[in-house]
Design a protein around this ligand. Structure first.
Ligand code: IMP
Length: 424
C-alpha cells in the first residue's frame, strides 16, 4: 500500500507515534502534515523513551526520509533543539534525511505571547491550549501574514517582514496586558538558528509526489486527534488545524486519489487534555486508576489527562470523518484487572431521545452517555506477543468495537515498546 494516513480518532494521545514508528519499518517516507509542537509523540525503543514534537516518528527507522510538510507550523527554536538532540544520538548522519517545506509557517514569539495572554484572560472560557502559539500561528497563515520557513534564508527580507508585522502584534499584545516584543532581538535569535535549519529546507511537496509516483511507500503521520479538528471537532475546544485524514492532502499538496489506506488509532478507553466536553469522563476512583495505570500525563505539557470509558458514538463519527479503512486499538493492557468494562454506544439528549449519532453541533455537553457492560480480563497481557494468545474477553471487546464502528481492527497494542504492537 503506497500511501497510508495514520490519524488519531479521539482527542489526541492515542499512541500514533508508536504505531507510525512500527509501520515505518517498511516505509520510504514518513510525513507530518499538520499541527506543530503542540504534539508530543512518545516512542519507546530498546528501553529508551523519546518524545518528539516536530520531527516525524519515522526518525528512528534509519532508512526512512522524514518530511515536515507545508501544513505544519514550525517553531524554529523547538525544531533546532530537537534536531540537535537527534544528531547527538547519531540518528541523522545525513541532514537530507529530514526535510522541511520552505513554505511551512513559522511560529513566532508573538504567537506564543498571544496564546498565553488570550488564555489567561479567557477565565472559564479558556480552551486549555498547550501554550505553544499554534492557534495564533494558524491565524496568521489564513490571514496571509505568516513568515515562511524559507525566509530564514533571506535575512534582510526576514527582518523587514518582522518589523512590519510586529507593530500590529505589539499593539495587540499591549491591549491584552502583555509587554511589547523587540523585532531586532527576535530576528537575531531566529537568524542565528538559520544555518542549522536551512540544511533541511526543501520542496517537500515535489519530493513526496515523486516518491508516490515511483510507487514508494509513504506514511502520513497525523497529530492531535479527529475530535480536535478546527472545523469538525468539539468546537471551540479544539486545536487550530484540520486533524482529519483529508488534511494529509492539503497539508502536503497531493490529490485525494493518492491515498490508499486510512488507519484510525484509538485507545481502548478515552482521554482528553485541556477543556471541553467529554461525555464518558470518569472523575472518581476509576478515572484515577486509568490515569495512573496508563501514565496519562501530557507528553508536551505534563498536564494530567482526563480519563474515561471508550465512547463508540464518538468513534463511529470520527471513523466516518476520516474514511478509516482500519483501526488500531492501543493501551489494551491498561484495562487489565477490571471485572467488567463499560462501553458507551448511545447518547441520551436533553429532550430524552436516544441516539447513536454524534450531535451535529459537536456540543457534547448536552449528551448523557448510555453504556453497555462487557466482560473484562484480570490477567496482565503486556507480555503477550501474539493476538491469538490474548484472552477471549479481549477478543470479544475488539469484536464489539468492530461491529459498532463497522471498520476492522487490524492492529492492537499492549505496551509502550515497539514489540508490543501486534497485527491481527
Ligand atoms: P492548541 O493546539 O495548543 O491550541 O490547544 C488546543 C486544544 O488541543 C487543547 O485542548 C489542547 O490540550 C489540545 N491539544 C493540542 N495538541 C494536542 C495533542 O497533541 N494531544 C492532545 N491534545 C492536544
Amino acid at each position: 500500500m503506497p500511501a497510508t494516513v495514520v490519524v488519531g480518532v479521539q482527542w489526541g494521545d492515542e499512541g500514533k507515534g508508536k504505531i507510525v514508528d512500527s509501520a515505518a519499518e517498511s516505509a520510504n517516507m514518513v510525513v507530518r502534515f499538520q499541527g506543530g509542537n503542540n504534539a508530543g509523540h512518545t516512542l519507546v525503543v530498546g528501553g529508551r523513551k523519546r518524545v518528539l514534537h516536530l520531527v516525524p516518528s519515522g526518525i528512528l527507522q534509519s532508512h526512512a526520509t522524514c518530511i515536515v510538510g507545508p501544513g505544519v507550523v514550525v517553531d524554529p527554536r523547538v525544531f533546532a533543539e530537537e534536531i540537535a538532540a537527534i544528531e547527538a544520538e547519531g540518528l541523522l548522519p545525513d541532514p537530507r534525511r529530514l526535510l522541511v517545506s520552505a513554505r511551512a509557517p513559522l511560529v513566532m514569539p508573538y504567537h506564543c505571547a498571544l496564546d498565553h495572554l488570550r488564555e489567561a484572560r479567557a477565565g472559564d472560557g479558556r480552551i486549555g491550549t498547550t501554550g505553544r502559539g499554534i492557534g495564533p500561528a494558524y491565524e496568521d497563515l489564513v490571514g496571509r501574514r505568516a513568515i515562511p520557513y524559507g525566509l530564514l534564508g533571506e535575512p534582510d527580507a526576514f527582518r523587514a517582514r518582522l518589523h512590519g508585522l510586529l507593530e500590529e502584534k505589539n499593539a495587540l499584545i499591549g491591549h491584552l496586558g502583555g509587554d511589547p516584543l523587540n523585532a531586532d532581538a527576535i530576528a537575531e535569535e531566529y537568524l542565528a538558528l538559520a544555518p542549522a535549519l536551512l540544511r533541511h529546507s526543501a520542496d517537500v511537496t515535489a519530493e513526496t509526489q515523486d516518491a508516490l509516483e515511483a510507487g514508494q511507500e509513504v506514511l502520513f503521520e497525523g497529530a492531535q486527534g479527529t475530535l480536535l479538528d478546527v472545523l469538525h471537532g468539539t468546537v471551540p475546544f479544539v486545536t487550530s488545524s484540520h486533524t482529519i485524514a483529508a488534511a494529509a492532502c492539503t497539508g502536503l499538496g497531493i490529490g485525494p486519489g493518492r491515498i490508499d489506506r486510512v488507519v484510525g488509532v484509538t485507545k481502548a478507553y478515552t482521554t482528553r487534555v485541556g477543556e471541553g466536553p467529554f461525555p464518558t469522563e470518569l472523575e472518581g476512583e476509576v478515572g484515577e486508576r486509568l490515569r495512573s495505570a496508563g501514565g496519562e500525563f501530557g507528553a508536551t505539557t505534563g498536564r494530567p489527562r482526563r480519563c474515561g470509558w471508550l465512547d463508540l458514538v464518538a468513534l463511529r463519527h470520527a471513523s466516518a470523518l476520516n474514511g478509516c479503512t482500519e483501526l488500531v486499538v492501543t493501551k489494551l493492557d491498561v484495562l487489565s484487572g477490571f471485572e467488567s468494562l463499560q462501553i458507551c454506544t448511545k447518547y441520551r439528549l436533553p429532550d430524552g431521545s436516544i441516539t447513536r449519532r454524534f450531535p451535529p453541533s459537536g456540543n457534547l455537553g448536552d449528551c448523557e452517555p448510555l453504556y453497555e457492560a462487557v466482560g473484562g480480563w484480570m490477567e496482565d497481557i503486556s507480555d503477550i506477543r501474539e493476538v491469538s494468545a490474548l484472552p477471549g474477553a479481549v477478543h470479544a471487546f475488539i469484536e464489539r468495537m468492530e461491529s459498532e464502528v463497522g471498520v476492522p481492527v487490524r492492529t492492537v497494542s499492549v505496551g509502550p515498546e515497539r514489540e508490543a504492537t501486534l497485527r491481527c
